[in-house]
Design a binder for this molecule. Structure first.
Ligand code: AMP
Ligand code: MG
Length: 436
């Protein structure tokens, strides 16, 4: 897979107006998508049984092999009859009940005019019948069903053959992230296993001398490594195999060794910390020396510094590169940059090639101040007032305040070129879909 990626230098050289001192969120996403585009074309497929398919990505278009439902059937428990046999002038209809069928049973004889069949939900409609009256509207006298014909229309309570899925028509498209309802739909076609894109292998590690793992003693001046846990949890929700490479000290040799090791074993590496300009931020020089890596100041908040590029798989039999995302160190910045950049990159690399975030528009509950020239992702909450839903940014937006991420329902996107927002103004919102 040596030729999997366009070089990041090449991608960037084709972009007019690229300024490494400040790059917009949409420019960064465009570069990332160019970088990952070729990868998705090289991903192979594997066969999985249907129970293992949710969360995986469909490899081929799924064409319906049968009509679903396979026959017209009753949508209610009631009485099936031919609408044409109703006497139009007579409001009170009386139909003789010929037999009774439940789902899976068939009628044993022809239904004549003036007859009906007691039928349960899901039972195949007798050939001569087109309408079902629910049993609640029927009284039975001596084996005759009596009801007011004013309340029925032709075709009532009949599910039509193929109304869910039609034989030969596309049921699901290649590249689709398979949901719970999708597996139900595939099962309803009688298919027990399907081709999905193979899982990517994603590795991650945290950098920093000050980091201790939960469970260890916390030395003075140190903090616990939370980024490994948020990154791992977010990765576990995606169709990837995950490798944890631990905590790496701020030491150029150790960093180089860890990056080479991770690159040799994975398709994509996510690191946190060490990408800003502090004295112990060696990641930049190390990454540059063993890969094709760009460092960005992204015009966004939180999450300004970030590194993106490729690292050669020089240590392994496997030739090629692993994609690298060097995220900032601050815990909230890590989660936001993962959500905005890494998640769509992984989804697209895994075959979900049109993936982009679902944004919805909601009015702001209070006015918001912001600087022009950067995109801001504010942690927010949904609030309901007088049957309207609003979003309210949280008070503390510090990029180290992970608690506010836990308490938030969504990210509120304040646009790059916008300045201040008034209360009631609509904003784009990314609802956390269980990933955070
Ligand atoms: P850095 O970009 O390495 O300078 O890190 C920025 C801030 O994030 C510092 O306050 C770090 O201590 C903190 N930080 C870095 N890595 C982690 C981590 N894995 N878990 C929690 N906080 C971190
Ligand atoms: Mg650091």
């Amino acid at each position: 897979m040596s030729d999997n990626y366009k070089s990041i230098d090449h991608i960037i050289s084709c972009l007019s107006g690229y300024d490494p001192n400040s790059i917009s969120v949409s420019e960064a996403l465009n570069i990332i998508f160019e970088l990952t585009e070729k990868y998705s074309k090289g991903v192979c497929s594997e066969n999985v049984c249907l129970k293992d398919a949710p969360g995986r990505i469909l490899y081929d278009d799924l064409i319906s092999t049968i009509d679903v439902p396979a026959q017209d059937n009753a949508a209610m428990d009631g009485y099936a009859f031919s609408y044409a046999s109703l006497n139009g002038n007579d409001k009170t209809t009386q139909l003789r009940i010929r037999e009774s069928i439940t789902a899976g049973e068939l009628v044993t004889r022809e239904i004549q005019e003036g007859d009906c069949v007691r039928i349960m939900t899901g039972a195949k409609m007798p050939r001569e019948c087109d309408t079902v009256i629910p049993q609640e509207f029927v009284s039975i006298v001596d084996g005759v069903a009596c009801f007011n014909s004013d309340i029925v229309k032709q075709g009532d309570n009949r599910r039509k053959r193929g109304e869910d899925l039609r034989l030969g028509k596309s049921a699901l498209r290649r590249g689709r992230l398979i949901s719970s309802s999708d597996v139900g739909l595939i099962a309803s076609l009688g298919i027990s296993d399907i081709q999905v894109f193979k899982k990517l292998c994603v590795g991650y590690f945290s950098t920093g001398n000050e980091l201790r793992s939960p469970g260890q003693k916390l030395d003075e001046g140190c903090i616990y490594d939370s980024n490994s846990y948020t990154i791992s949890a977010m990765l576990e929700r995606l169709p990837v195999n995950v490798l944890d490479f631990g905590i790496v000290e701020d030491d150029p040799l150790l960093l180089e060794k860890s990056l080479k090791n991770a690159a040799s074993k994975t398709d994509l590496i996510v690191t946190s910390g060490g990408v800003s300009v502090g004295e112990s931020d060696y990641t930049k020089q190390v990454m540059k020396s063993i890969g094709n890596v760009e460092f960005w100041k992204i015009a966004m908040r939180p999450g300004r510094p970030m590194a993106v590029g490729t690292i050669e798989k020089s240590d392994s039999q496997d030739i090629g590169q692993a994609i690298l995302f060097g995220l900032p160190g601050n815990p909230v910045a890590v989660m936001v940059t993962f959500f905005i950049f890494v998640l769509p990159a992984i989804q697209r690399m895994c075959g979900n090639i049109t993936f982009s975030h679902n944004k919805i528009q909601l009015p702001l509950h209070t006015s918001v101040k912001k600087k022009k020239g950067r995109t801001e992702f504010r942690r927010g909450n949904l609030i309901r007032l007088n049957d309207e839903i609003y979003v309210e940014p949280q008070k503390n937006q510090g990029s180290g305040i992970l608690r506010s991420m836990s308490e938030a329902d969504c990210l509120i996107i304040l646009e790059h070129d916008a300045e201040n927002y008034e209360a009631g103004e609509n904003v784009d919102v990314l609802i956390f879909d269980g990933l955070h």
